[in-house]
Design a protein around this ligand. Structure first.
Ligand SMILES: Nc1ncnc2c1ncn2[C@@H]1O[C@H](COP(=O)(O)OP(=O)(O)OP(=O)(O)O)[C@@H](O)[C@H]1O
Ligand SMILES: [Mg+2]
Length: 483
């Protein structure tokens, strides 16, 4: 008999147990026989401990059910009554929102129950920014921004929960920056505040860039603004030979107006410019000023940059921010020695063919304006400067006599806001001084001697208008001895 065996085994075991412990015999007796109502009822009915136990159990079950019910209904309620907005740090709105939040806190008077409340929370981060004044000096500002955690704030009378989370386990593939999200939660009825809040944040961010030039640099496979937006340089402050500036300006404007024309003919909407010429002739300055005058940003690309490979280059060139020029400086240097090795033995891995493909291969982006500069156009591979890659090639040379005079007048002229202004020189005398400078540069040019615009600018910065003639003579003399 099965039962009997079990009992005998158990009793064998049980024999080693102390005598006061109930033996398995008694246990099996209770377990195998049908429950005896008298025993159970006496246990339950008469035993106050059991009664209390059952009572407690009942309360426990009830509470659990209630808790679950509450949880389910709170989830349902939250779904129905609350609305959340998630902003990830891949989105530009992320930085705008955090900046907005810190700015709101700074602007809110302490006694007002407004946004200030979130600064009382215990998780804060700091974001340091530099404020540049009109005279060029800068000071560091510390903005407290909401750190990872939960914060509360009020926006136009509505309470919002701000939850900033950081994903510590994974990072963005290329940049190594941890993923972050900010989740805003508010009542469903206030949902229309989200777009309002975001537009407000965007407008504030844009206002700091207004009238400024933004430079982007690659950050992994993405473009990120580099430093603070700079003051725009007036286009006319870059003095080029007559007609050169206008020629490039016209070409760019014509290109920008012909988007539809390109689309109709199935031609990729791209244009490439090459500015070549000696150092310090104003190539970089002109591109910056032109971008500023068209309210374009600049994406600065260094082909020899560490870690930049063909695939990344294609991605970068196909994903430039809207309204931006791509600027590649000293384009000859990147492929001069085919494999460029930096001091620590690192080899640049953008190949020449990879670069050509990124410029106009099938994977290259649709809309693009590229500016390239070089001091040595003769070193460039003809494949690079063929139309389609370089559509307009412009020589920007050393100072022509007229350029020298124009720069002089810009520097010392009285009606010029940028003039140094420490001298009180009659316009007629200024004109005479300018002309003698022009004649002198002309004379030198005939003898094959040149001076760069950058060198002239340096001279004008350190001398007064009347000393310029002496200074410029020394300048040429120095150059002759160097040559
Ligand atoms: N044509 C110009 N008009 C006004 N300023 C100029 C001009 N050319 C040069 N400069 C001044 O000289 C400095 C150097 O100019 P910039 O960097 O634009 O020269 P670049 O041609 O790009 O030289 P590089 O070939 O060495 O890069 C700037 O501060 C700029 O203001
Ligand atoms: Mg330059």
């Amino acid at each position: 008999m099965q039962n009997g065996q079990g009992i005998s085994q158990q009793s064998n075991l049980g024999s080693s147990l102390p005598s006061q412990v109930p033996t398995p015999d008694t246990i099996t007796h209770v377990a195998t026989n049908t429950p005896q109502p008298s025993l159970i009822s006496s246990l339950i009915g008469d035993n106050p401990y059991f009664q209390a136990g059952f009572g407690l159990m009942g309360v426990g079950v009830g509470l659990t059910a209630l808790r679950q019910g509450l949880m389910i209904s709170s989830v349902a309620l939250r779904r129905r009554m609350l609305v959340t907005l998630e902003i990830s740090n891949k989105d530009p709105a992320y930085d705008w929102f955090l900046a907005w939040m810190s700015q709101q806190a700074a602007n809110t008077p302490k006694n007002k129950a407004g946004l200030l409340s979130w600064t009382r929370s215990h998780q804060l981060s700091v974001q340091t920014s530099y404020e540049q004044r009109k005279n060029g000096s800068a000071s560091a500002l510390f903005n407290l921004i909401a750190g990872p955690g939960i914060h509360w704030m009020r926006y136009r009378g509505a309470w919002m929960q701000v939850k900033r989370e950081r994903e510590t386990r994974s990072q963005q593939l290329m940049s190594g920056i941890p993923w972050e999200t900010v989740t805003l939660t508010t009542l469903s009825r206030d949902r229309e505040l989200f777009p309002e809040l975001l537009s407000e944040a965007r407008d504030i961010a844009m206002r700091t860039q207004e009238g400024k030039l933004v430079i982007h640099t690659p950050w992994g496979i993405e473009w990120k603004p580099f430093g603070l937006p700079r003051r725009k340089r007036p286009l006319r402050s870059v003095v080029l030979e007559e007609g050169v500036s206008e020629k490039v300006e016209k070409d760019v404007s014509a290109f920008l107006e012909r988007r539809q024309w390109y689309a109709d003919r199935g031609i990729p909407y791209r244009r490439g410019y090459l500015l070549h010429g000696p150092p310090g002739s104003g190539k970089s300055s002109f591109i910056q000023a032109l971008a500023g005058s068209l309210s374009y940003d600049i994406c600065l690309l260094n082909l020899s940059e560490r870690g930049l490979a063909d695939d990344k280059l294609i991605h970068l060139l196909s994903n430039t921010p809207e309204r931006s020029f791509v600027l590649i400086e000293d384009v000859d240097a990147a492929f001069n020695k085919r494999v460029q090795t930096s001091e620590d033995g690192y080899q640049s891995s953008v190949t020449f063919s990879g670069f050509l493909n990124a410029l106009d291969g099938v994977a290259s982006g649709e809309e693009r304006i590229i500016f390239m500069t070089t001091n040595h156009p003769e070193r460039l591979d003809p494949a690079l400067i063929r139309p389609g890659r370089v559509d307009l090639s412009v020589f920007i040379g050393d100072a022509s006599p007229l350029q020298a005079k124009s720069l002089f007048m810009r520097f010392y002229g009285r009606d010029n806001q940028e003039s140094v202004g420490w001298e009180d020189i009659e316009p007629a005398e200024l004109e005479r001084l300018g002309e003698s400078l022009e004649d002198f540069v002309e004379e030198q040019l005939h003898n094959g001697h040149r001076v760069s615009m950058a060198a002239l600018q340096g001279l004008f910065i350190r001398s007064s208008a009347r000393d310029v003639m002496d200074g410029v003579k020394t300048l040429f003399l120095e150059q002759k001895t160097r040559q």
